[in-house]
Ligand binder design. Sequence first.
Ligand code: ADP
Length: 504
Amino acid sequence: MVFWTELTDKINGITLNFPDEREKEYREFYFERSYKTTRFAYLILSIIYAFFGYLDSVVAGQYFGLFIIIRSIVVILLLFVFFYSFSKNFRHNWQTLIFITYFAGAVGIILMLVLLPVVVVYSSGLILVFLAGSVLIKLRFLAFSIASWLVIFLYIVAGIVWKVDYAIVLSNTFFFSGAILIGMIAAYRTEVFNRDNFNLYLQIAKKNVLIEHANRNLEDKVEQRTKLLNHSNKELREEVRRRAIVEKELIAAKERAEESDKLKSAFLANMSHEIRTPMNGILGFANLLHEAENEEEFNEFVDAIIKSGEHLLNLINDIIDLSKIEAGILKIEKSNFELNRLTREIYDIFSVETNVVTKNIDFSYRDGLPDNNCMIYTDRVRLKQIMINLVNNACKYTDRGSIEFYYKIKGSSLHFVVKDTGIGIPEESQKVIFDRFMQASNGRTTGRDSTGLGLSITNTYLNLMGGNISVKSKLDVGSEFSFTLPDIFENHKPVTNDASKLGK
Ligand code: ADP
């Protein structure tokens, strides 16, 4: 059987086979497309083959029994193939089985034909077999051709053996050959058509692979583009958000600039007013000097000029400080120094202050650290200025009682307090006295060289140094100004000695 398959393969190869690996695929393809038709054909053929037994009963006469046996064998074979077509193995040997059964069916008819040579039923039957072989059971072209010519050969041999009339054998052979030739052409055309079909199928499959590949590429590209777009979208949104923030900041800056512009105008207006007052004093008293009636009056006028001059100088100093703050050129320069030395200096300055001395005010101070361990690290000049401003205010606004200042160390912060029993500050003014040119209302500061700049400068210095200031005050009872300055020790090492020292 193997030899046979190889032989037909070889011969078929010369005619129709694909020269490459497509042949194997084609056979699979052909089987898949054909096995159901083959199965159906075998069912129909076994019925027809059996059904024609009825004709035997009419024409076979003495051979009827034998013919029925022959038909039974063939029908059993046909039915075997029908049932076997449901098995998985059918694909491996279906062509061989078809070949054998086709051949067996034909041989069965030949036997009948040689036994009853003049009955046309059997020669027609054999032509039907050729017809079924070429178009119905899906026998491949070459197998059909070989099987069919073998059948004719057997018929001739059988005709000779059974001594059938030469003319009948000859005429039947003519008809049979004609039928086979027509069948061969049909089988050949069918196979060519099938193979073309298969080629088309392969090409479509190839194109499909290419299309799928292109599709996948396209999808990849779309995905990449989508990612890129998403990314750019995100960046754009981020940019829009950034711009919105910048716009907000710009608007705020613009508002600040406008506000600052207004403040500056107000400041200038105030300043010219503030400067004009002492200037008027200086010029007025200078003019009066000519008219002084006696030396005492002359000295009084000179004192007034000096006082106005000092006031003007203070004012100008404050304005210069403010300008420096405004211009941003004020820098905090930290250094190590002894805090107790600074408090002593403050005390020394104000203990001889005219107001303190003439009004006999009890002026004292207290240190929070011992002299031998009072080194701190901050901007000495600014700290001194802050302390001077606060103590100066206390001296300025106190007419009786006492003034004291002291400091405490809390962790690494300096807590400084100035207490007086002065005129006090109305509650509504307490919120604004840290603003420029703001003086406590109701004219209580008149005659006290007020400019309304000292606390504003103090507050700004403290903010620059990370500190803050607060006030507690009661009208006619007194005021308590205190500020806190953080991180006053180099490397943040706090001094934890609360020894205190009194100064008077
Ligand atoms: P100036 O003292 O030159 O007016 P400041 O800014 O130092 O300017 O003070 C603002 C205002 O706060 C003062 O005009 C005064 O009304 C009030 N003030 C400040 N310190 C005291 C104090 N110790 N007692 C009473 N009032 C004070």
